[in-house]
Design a protein. Sequence first.
Length: 298
Amino acid sequence: MDRRSFLKMLAVGSSGLALGARPGIARAAEAGDTTEFCAVLVDATKCIGCRLCERACAEANSLPEPDLGDRSVLGTRRFTDVSRFTVVNRYETEKGEVYVKTQCMHCNQAACVSACPVNALKKRREGPVEWSSNCFGCRYCMVACPFDIPKIEYDSPAPSILKCGFCFQEKISKNEIPACVEACPVGALQFGTRRDMLEEARTRIYTEPDKYVHHIYGEHEVGGTGWLYLSPVPFDQIGFRTDLGTRPYPQYTKGYLTNIAVVDLIAPPLLLGLSYIASTRFKGTRDEREDETQGEKP
């Protein structure tokens, strides 16, 4: 392999990867599509901790039914897992007990979607972030998610990534509202377009300014989310991360991951070429020395 052939091989390989292996960024919708993202507004001032949303979620997703009579579960903070896609937690705050529902936030530009190398996660034009069966278990989505939501079935021989799917297949695609929203008896959950839910949240803050913290969690966090929250106390008192910023997470990683992908393809042929050149020179030098040595013999 001469120098020209080596450089040609290197250029073809690197350009092919640069074009074909860029990590995808979740798009809001296809060009020209006017479909609006759906959203749920969660009003923590109304939630009574009945956990009927948990039971409705379990029924809709064929998960183990929670024991709603066991109030002891509210004594410790719980997180979503493969057997429960939503949980309600109780927090002791400066204004007394506050109950908060937790599930996938369905980010506008989802970090999990961007991190997935095989498009097993996708952002639907209606807003939900869904998982599909072509996952091969790399778990990059679990690392990427700023809300620690995707979970993998560690005990399964063919594990899946499981999380709230916004009831898209079960409800939204049939023009119905999500199961948890439908089950809420006190109106703590409201479903609609994201535009309308933001307007509703602003109206509530404006009309009852002493009742709410003047912030809608999810309006701008990590570029915006499909689940929006109102709270009577600062959000760090009810388990929310307040250090996420407003920039969508995929914007932090797309350039880096693209460069890493290019390096992954460039490095092997580069090192192979250098090794070939070095071994060729070494062999030539060794042959020259052997010839000189043989020439000096009587």
